[in-house]
Design a protein around this ligand. Structure first.
Ligand SMILES: Nc1ncnc2c1ncn2[C@@H]1O[C@H](COP(=O)(O)OP(=O)(O)OP(=O)(O)O)[C@@H](O)[C@H]1O
Ligand SMILES: [Mg+2]
Length: 135
């Protein structure tokens, strides 16, 4: 499936629609250039799930953990990871949660079951994005 978004708001809306269909235990693998809108997408999902806290790229923390009701959601950003040992040492490959978001997932998603792959690319103008989803 392919969606065209013309604003960050629209990307949040598309994400909010899509997150409804993600089964419990899904790992959402997000790829796309810097500033494409991966974090905006996660924000839209979290908002739709009823989370009212701040959702930011966990670039330095590597992982953010959010709790909504009885659900635990993990949000990774692998952008700065150069060494897989770092991922092992933080328990990345054993991650268990109701939902897992991974920014800059690339091929690190391969070990996860129930993945949804999202690629966001720049469109024809500043605010246009193409959101592709593969399950
Ligand atoms: N259609 C759009 N969809 C999403 N974001 C958009 C859109 N148009 C403009 N933007 C802007 O692009 C930026 C996307 O930033 P965001 O942090 O989500 O990117 P990212 O892919 O997570 O980058 P990084 O790789 O640095 O984590 C925001 O400033 C947002 O307002
Ligand atoms: Mg980001």
């Amino acid at each position: 499936m392919k969606y065209l978004s013309d604003s960050a708001k629209r990307t949040r809306e598309i994400a909010a629609e899509l997150v409804k269909n993600f089964k419990n235990g899904t790992t959402v693998c997000l790829d796309g250039e810097m500033g494409a809108g991966k974090t905006v997408f996660v924000q839209g999902c979290m908002e739709a799930l009823g989370y009212d806290g701040r959702v930011t790229s966990p670039t330095f923390a590597l992982c953010n953990e959010y709790t909504v009701g009885d659900k635990t959601i993990l949000h990774y950003d692998l952008c700065r990871i150069t060494d897989k040992d770092d991922l092992y040492s933080v328990g990345f490959y054993d991650s268990e949660a109701d939902l897992i978001f991974i920014e800059w997932a690339q091929n690190e998603c391969d070990g996860f079951e129930n993945t949804v792959k999202i690629n966001i690319s720049y469109g024809k103008n500043e605010n246009e994005r193409v959101i592709e989803i593969n399950e």
